[in-house]
Design a protein around this ligand. Structure first.
Ligand code: BTN
Length: 247
C-alpha cells in the first residue's frame, strides 16, 4: 500500500481520480491524496465538504473476493482508521455502523467504498477516506456541521497530517493483509469492540422509503447489522443502507 502515491492540490474527488487510474491499470495499493476537493462525495450521493486542512484520500485495491464481500472492506478500513486514531491520540474513538468513525458521539471520518465488478468478479475497489483533521467544522454549512467534529477541535491543537497519513497507510496495510489471509472474523471482533451502534436503538431508512426501527444487537459474520425489531423479530441489514442512531 502506498508504493505509488499521487498528491494533488485540488481535485474534484480523489475517488474519481482513483477510479480513472484504476481503469488505466494502476496497481493495487495506489493512493490518491488531495489537499482539497471541489466535488467530494459522501455516501448515498451526498456532498462531502473537503476544505484544506483535512485528509482526503483514496486507495485502489484489487482483492480476489466475490463482489458480495466488497462491503467487508468498509469495515476493514474503519478498523484501520479507528485503531490509528486511538493509538495516536488516545481519544474516545468509536465506529458507527457501517462506516463512520466517531470521537465521542461526533463524526470525525467517513469512508466511501466503491466496488467495480465485471462478470461477477471484482476488477478493483476504491476506498475513500475523509478525515476532518485540521478543519474548522464550525464553519461548515449547518446540515454538515451538526454531529461533526475535527481532530483539531477535540485535541485543541493541530495535528501533523503527513505523519498521520503515513501511520494510517501502515495500519491499513496490516489490517488489509490480515483480511486477505482470512482474518475477517478477527477484524470483525475488533470492529465490535469499537462499535457504538451495538446496544443502541436505531432507525434505518431503506432505499424505498421504508423505515426499520429496532435495537442493534450485533453484527453477523458477513458484517451485516442485526436488529431486534419492536415485535422481537430479528432483521439483517446489509451496508449500503442508511442508518440513524437514536438515543
Ligand atoms: C461518508 O461518510 O458519507 C463518506 C465520506 C467519504 C469522503 C471521502 S474524502 C476522500 C474520498 N473522495 C471522495 O469524494 N469521498 C471520499
Amino acid at each position: 500500500i502506498g508504493k505509488e502515491i499521487y498528491c494533488f492540490d485540488e481535485v474534484d474527488s480523489t475517488n474519481i481520480i482513483a477510479k480513472e487510474l484504476a481503469e488505466d491499470d494502476a496497481r493495487e495499493g495506489t493512493v490518491v491524496i488531495a489537499k482539497t476537493q471541489t466535488r467530494g462525495r459522501g455516501r448515498r450521493g451526498k456532498k462531502w465538504i473537503s476544505p484544506r486542512g483535512g485528509i482526503w484520500m483514496s486507495i485502489i485495491l484489487r482483492p480476489e473476493i466475490p463482489p458480495a464481500e466488497a462491503p467487508h472492506l468498509t469495515l476493514v478500513t474503519g478498523v484501520a482508521v479507528a485503531k490509528t486514531l486511538k493509538r495516536e491520540f488516545g481519544l474516545d474513538v468509536g465506529i458507527k455502523w457501517p462506516n463512520d468513525i466517531l470521537i465521542g458521539d461526533k463524526k470525525v471520518c467517513g469512508i466511501l467504498m466503491e466496488a467495480h465488478a465485471r462478470f461477477n468478479t471484482i476488477e478493483y475497489i476504491v476506498v475513500g477516506i475523509g478525515i476532518d483533521t485540521n478543519v474548522d467544522v464550525d464553519l461548515f454549512p449547518e446540515e454538515f456541521r451538526e454531529g461533526a467534529t475535527s481532530l483539531k477541535k477535540e485535541l485543541g491543537r493541530e495535528v501533523d497530517s503527513v505523519d498521520l497519513i503515513r501511520k494510517l497507510l501502515v495500519e491499513f496495510e496490516k489490517v488489509y493483509d490480515d483480511f486477505k489471509n482470512g482474518g475477517f472474523p478477527e477484524i470483525l471482533n475488533e470492529w465490535r469492540r469499537f462499535s457504538k451502534t451495538i446496544g443502541s436503538y436505531v432507525e434505518i431508512r431503506k432505499q424505498l422509503g421504508e423505515t426499520v426501527r429496532g435495537e442493534a444487537v450485533g453484527v453477523n459474520s458477513e458484517g451485516a447489522l442485526i436488529l431486534e425489531l419492536d415485535n422481537g423479530d430479528l432483521r439483517k441489514i446489509v451496508s449500503g443502507e442508511c442508518i440513524h442512531l437514536r438515543s
